[in-house]
Write a protein that binds this ligand. Sequence first.
Ligand code: DQA
Length: 143
Amino acid sequence: MKLLVINGPNINMLGIREPGIYGKNSYADLLALIEKTSLEAGIQIDHFQSNHEGAIVDTIQAAYGAYDGIVINPAAYTHTSVAILDALKAVSIPAVEVHISDVDSREAFRQVSYPGMYCEKTIKGQGIDGYRQAIVYLQEKYG
Ligand code: DQA
């Protein structure tokens, strides 16, 4: 099984960025957790981060035929991007949405998720452990 973890804008700033909301773990810590989870699960996991919506759309399109599952934190594009929603629908790869913070308890503009309309599960408010939970979910269901 091959999974792809996609992170949107500002996720590369983890640890520096609003630690009261997103925690003290850095992006490098997140990549280490993904690596550890892939070793434990015995599956290949690639990762991609971009601050650019089109680059995320390109990466989702390139995943077609290459990956069995996608874990995606679209970050701020969660609340605006029909393009990312349409790309996920286009490739039709099982996907889980992750949010480090509990978006439900935040501003009104964070209450809509366009990519979440495609994703079969959303994990929020679990910190970076949410990515591990998403990987385990996809492996148990499709691995
Ligand atoms: C986020 C929540 C989004 O609302 C925000 O724009 C982010 C990160 C999260 O992981 O909690 O950049 O997706």
